[in-house]
Design a protein around this ligand. Structure first.
Ligand SMILES: *Cc1c(COP(=O)(O)O)cnc(C)c1O
Length: 372
């Protein structure tokens, strides 16, 4: 057959199950409440929108390939060395560049059982072998990760907090992991939700990157800053890792409008802070109200909740998902994360959250269940 003589992807590529994003639309013309992708309900800062509009004037010009202004704005906000920041087209690109730089056939990389699925894809795409560490109570388990280390281990990915569980590891545990991992294993801390975490024992990774030569932290503008569509992420790296990433990234991997908009978004910290406060308030209220309906709610440090449904009597997660679609509400199915009886819900606006509560009260209680 001609097909067998054609080009064939390298080993591993066809083992990849393509990433399936959260449902983003329902059939029909009426608007839906979309709480499936952990986007902020408030959109970007008005200052960011203004900067994006102004960037139209320079669309014919290549952007600054080093994204210097954006790196400097990030560095100023967090007190970092801009030379150790690498920006990317979303943190997805950076996670993949890290895999390209450090993984190849024969190498192993570890992530945890319900860890973000981009890691598995990034590992397989380099022909490397994914090694999955068990979790404890839907939380990454440092001892289980350490038990997975072999002479072939090159990299460990941890989302902290993790998506889709929302659980996090305290800094003591992250430090312990770093201390006990071999020095030549790169630890990647994906802190996509760091801005939302309000826990005294949490640290996003900045401190560890500053003090160890083998830890990287990635961050994103896709969540709190409301710029998911612009694709902006950044990594804070040891100098040698920044050097490696800068050699292999596309020379203009972050667009001019993305650089300008990201800088403006960072300048509007009051806007970001309002988003964090709204999330803090509603994550707590929703956790309590949904628990009262009889749902299991995993404690979350991020801007979403993982809801666990009972298996039987018409109240399963797939049935809930269908019911919610009937009310034009979109949550996230998480079967491919090994969680077939759960749905993930992004914290929305007050109205959106109340619509979910109303719908799930009807779903769980039949009719007439109390709303709160
Ligand atoms: C949303 C998310 C990201 C962000 O990806 P971008 O490419 O920056 O949009 C990264 N890691 C995790 C765990 C996420 O949930």
């Amino acid at each position: 057959m001609a097909a067998t003589r054609g080009p064939r992807p390298r080993p591993g590529v066809l083992d990849i199950a393509p990433y399936v994003p959260g449902t983003s639309a329902l059939p029909g013309a009426q608007p839906a409440i979309k709480l499936s992708s952990n986007e902020t309900p408030f959109g970007p800062s008005p200052r960011a929108i203004e900067a994006y509009r102004a960037a139209i004037a320079s669309l014919s010009r290549y952007p600054d390939g080093s994204a210097r202004e954006l790196r400097e704005a990030i560095a100023k906000l967090y007190g970092l060395d801009p030379a150790r920041i690498v920006c990317g087209a979303g943190s997805d690109e950076l996670l993949n560049l890290l895999a390209t730089a450090y993984l190849g056939p024969g190498d192993e990389a570890i992530y945890s059982a319900h860890g973000f699925l981009v890691y598995k894809i990034a590992i397989l795409a380099r022909g490397a072998t994914p090694v999955v560490a068990a979790e404890t109570e839907l939380t990454a388990d440092v001892d289980a990760i350490l038990a997975c280390v072999s002479p072939r281990t090159r990299l460990v990915f941890i989302a902290n907090p993790n998506n889709p569980t929302g659980t996090y590891l305290p800094f003591d545990e992250i430090k312990r992991l770093r201390e006990d991992l071999p020095a030549d294993v790169l630890l990647v801390l994906d802190a996509a939700y760091a801005e939302y975490v309000r826990k005294n024992d949490y640290e996003s990774g900045i401190e560890l990157v500053a003090t160890s030569p083998n830890t990287v932290m990635t961050r994103t503008f896709s969540k709190l800053y409301g710029l998911a569509s612009l694709r902006i992420g950044w990594a804070y790296c040891p100098p040698s890792v920044a050097d490696a990433l800068n050699r292999i990234r596309g020379p203009f991997n972050v667009s001019g409008p993305a650089i300008a908009t990201g800088v403006a978004a960072l300048e509007d910290q009051p806007w970001a802070q309002r988003g964090v406060e709204h999330n803090e308030l509603w994550r707590g209220q929703m956790s309590e109200a949904l628990s009262r309906l009889g749902l299991g709610v995993t404690p979350s440090a991020a801007n979403f909740l993982l809801l666990h449904f009972p298996k039987g009597n018409g109240r399963s997660a797939p049935e809930a998902d269908k019911f919610l679609h009937g009310r034009r509400i979109i949550l996230r199915r998480v079967e491919e994360y090994g969680l077939p009886q759960a749905l993930r819900m992004t914290i929305g606006t007050e109205d959106e959250n109340n619509a979910v509560l109303d719908a799930l009260a009807s779903f769980m209680g039949g009719n007439g269940a109390p709303r709160r």
